[in-house]
Structure formats: structure tokens, C-alpha cells
Design a protein around this ligand. Structure first.
Ligand code: GDP
Length: 224
């Protein structure tokens, strides 16, 4: 399960503008600040390329259809990170990684926090080629209502989920719990209340934990 090439294909403002293609895709979703950009970077990471440098985005060949260099992808993810668009990246010319808008911006009012639904609902409900949603959950904090609500909504609509726990390298903070304890608490609430049992993977973009496992998991789901 190696990533040989990533090509930015399209940003779509509405579900029906997404690429018309029958190649399988995985959507990446999570609370803002969950570590989504870091995880995408870690997934496509190639050691020989300095991925961390943040060059001015103006230099980027935006919205072109040519094969983007990996480093371009990183800039792009950084640039669009805060915008409300569905972004399709074609991996190895065979499947899509779809970056969805983050939800639950810390400063947004309660109502706006769940607003991701109205925007992405159409995407989830109508995208036939969607294999699974990689729902990113921050393992360094206790279970968050908005993540539980999101998992519940996806589950109720029969959309396959994989829980991808992020920041699993983080050490116990004062009074806080360890990532594995937060994960256990989260799973417990999900099992008891929502009766769904999605597969789950522990990851860290810092240590690289879970990267290969996640890529393998996606390849297994694609071939299923
Ligand atoms: P996004 O808003 O979901 O795209 O989140 P970012 O990828 O920008 O990450 C948000 C913050 O969490 C940044 O300060 C990252 O350095 C930090 N972060 C992301 N992934 C990890 C991780 O695996 N481990 C640790 N310790 N910190 C992380």
C-alpha cells in the first residue's frame, strides 16, 4: 500500500459538482484542529521532500490539472484547510482521497457547529463511489459531543465509517486521560448508544503510528 502519486483534481462547492468518476473514494472528516492536514501530509509523506516548509501560496499552480508535486499538495491542503469546499485528490491514479470541510470551529455558535451537515449531507447521501468516511477523532481529549453526533448521523444513514484516532502520541496531560483511555471512553459511548461497531485505527502524524495500517485498511476496503 504505497502512495506513488497524488494529483489534485477539483474543489467542489456542492456535492453535485464532484468529479463524475467511478473510482472509489474515501472522505476525510473531523473537527477543526483534529489534525486532518497533518494526517494527510503524513499519508503522502515522502522522506526526500521537505514537507514542512510553508512557502507563499501565491507560487502555487492552483487549479491546474497537471500532476501536482507532493509538496504542492501540502501547500494546497494548508491553503484550503479553512474553506468550505469538497476537495478531490486522485491517488495512484486509482482512488480518491476527499478532503471535506472541518466542523466545530471552536468560536462558532452551537447552531453553526453542526452546520457541516447541511453542507456535506448531500455529498454523503449521494456519492455512490464513497467507500468509507475516515472520521478523525482527537485522542488527546475526552469524547466530544459533536464527534459523537457526527458518528451517529453517519451511522444512522448507513454510511461506512472508520474511526481514525489522531494525536495518539500525546502524553497524559494534567488531570487528563491518556489517548488509549479517551479512545476506550469514546468507543464505549458509541457502542452503548448508537449500536455501531466501526473499525478503528490509532494514528500519530508525529511518530507515523498507524500510517501503514491505515493505507492497508483502505486498500482492503477498496478490494472488498
Ligand atoms: P486540522 O485543522 O485538522 O487540519 O489540524 P492540523 O493538522 O493543522 O493540526 C492541528 C494541531 O494539532 C497542530 O498544532 C498540529 O501540530 C497538532 N497535531 C496534529 N497531528 C498531531 C499528532 O499526531 N500528534 C501531536 N502531538 N500533535 C498533532
Amino acid at each position: 500500500a504505497r502512495i506513488k502519486g497524488v494529483e489534485f483534481v477539483k474543489s467542489s462547492g456542492r456535492a453535485k459538482d464532484c468529479p463524475k468518476d467511478d473510482r472509489p473514494e474515501f472522505a476525510i472528516l473531523g473537527r477543526s484542529n483534529v489534525g486532518k492536514s497533518s494526517l494527510i501530509n503524513a499519508l503522502v509523506h515522502k522522506k526526500e521532500i521537505a514537507l514542512t516548509s510553508k512557502k507563499p501560496v501565491l507560487l502555487m499552480p492552483l487549479f491546474t490539472s497537471r500532476l501536482l508535486l507532493l509538496v504542492d499538495l501540502i501547500w494546497f491542503v494548508a491553503l484550503i484547510g479553512k474553506t468550505q469546499l469538497i476537495n478531490h485528490f486522485l491517488v495512484n491514479k486509482s482512488w480518491y482521497l476527499v478532503d471535506l470541510p472541518g466542523y466545530g470551529f471552536a468560536k462558532a455558535p452551537e447552531a453553526a457547529k453542526m452546520d457541516w451537515c447541511s453542507f456535506t449531507k448531500g455529498y454523503f447521501l449521494n456519492r455512490d463511489t464513497l467507500v468509507a468516511v475516515l472520521l478523525l477523532i482527537d485522542a488527546s481529549v475526552p469524547p466530544q459531543k459533536i464527534d459523537l453526533d457526527c458518528a451517529n448521523w453517519l451511522g444512522r444513514n448507513n454510511i461506512p465509517i472508520t474511526f481514525v484516532f489522531t494525536k495518539c502520541d500525546k502524553m497524559k496531560v494534567a488531570k487528563g486521560k491518556r489517548p488509549d483511555e479517551n479512545i476506550r471512553d469514546f468507543q464505549e459511548i458509541i457502542r452503548q448508544n448508537y449500536k455501531i461497531h466501526p473499525p478503528w485505527i490509532m494514528t500519530s502524524s508525529v511518530s507515523g503510528m498507524g500510517r501503514d495500517e491505515l493505507l492497508l485498511h483502505m486498500s482492503q476496503l477498496r478490494n472488498y
